[in-house]
Design a protein around this ligand. Structure first.
Ligand code: ATP
Length: 203
């Protein structure tokens, strides 16, 4: 152990005590402050935190009530990024809007160690985008979604049946990386897509 003298110990900044939704607002930006902020938020079931335009997600390993409800999809679809608390739906909405705002293809890169929640995050993104697609096509949420949206959401369990395995880190671990492409019409609905397997993970 190392004993610090009183002169070398500083009081925690108020922003670290209160916690922040965006880590760029932390007055002290070092590993301990980042981990403490994530931990404080995680304890209150706030699993999402922004780091500027990046979203950090902490796997809660439990269902958080209401977090991914259709009402939440609707709410995030009507707000710009930063107006509501950090959420994977805010990223999905920004991505969807930017196709037209920037007149260009958009991508979301999801990374993290095994069991971090990448696959679940991907499915939530696809769920949000398929709802946006249905809305743009004028399909009411009560009506059945179109074949392509259904295929996108329902392809996950099939891909998982072939490509996932139980490991010591994750009961449902993806054994290959995926590049998922979605094609949108000018009107905003999904016209098609593909999944390309890109890396084989064999640990
Ligand atoms: N947002 C979430 N809410 C609730 N549970 C979650 C969430 N994200 C992940 N989990 C839980 O954690 C488990 C592991 O997550 P997931 O399979 O997405 O990890 P991964 O990062 O894709 O891992 P791998 O790299 O091994 O494929 C899920 O099966 C689920 O039980």
């Amino acid at each position: 152990s190392y004993i610090y003298s009183r002169e070398r110990v500083y009081a925690m900044h108020q922003s670290s005590i209160d916690g922040v939704e965006d880590m760029s607002a932390l007055a002290e930006l070092h590993e301990a402050a980042i981990m403490h902020n994530l931990y404080q938020r995680y304890q209150k079931d706030n699993i999402y935190t922004n780091i500027g335009s990046i979203l950090a997600a902490v796997n809660p390993y439990k269902q958080i009530s209401g977090l991914y409800d259709p009402e939440r999809v609707d709410l995030y679809s009507k707000h710009h990024i930063g107006e509501l608390p950090p959420h994977i739906f805010a990223v999905a909405n920004e991505c969807y809007r930017c196709i037209w705002k920037r007149h260009d293809s958009q991508c979301v890169l999801i990374s993290g160690e095994s069991g971090a929640g990448k696959t679940e995050s991907t499915k939530l993104l696809l769920q949000f985008l398929s709802v946006m697609s249905q809305k743009s096509a004028g399909t009411s949420p009560l009506e059945k979604s179109t074949r392509v949206e259904q295929a996108i959401v329902q392809s996950s369990p099939i891909m998982e049946a072939f490509g996932n395995a139980k490991t010591v880190y994750n009961n449902n671990s993806s054994r290959f990386g995926k590049f998922i492409q979605l094609h949108f019409s000018e009107g905003g609905n999904i016209q098609g897509g593909c999944v390309i397997d890109c890396i084989l993970i064999c640990i």
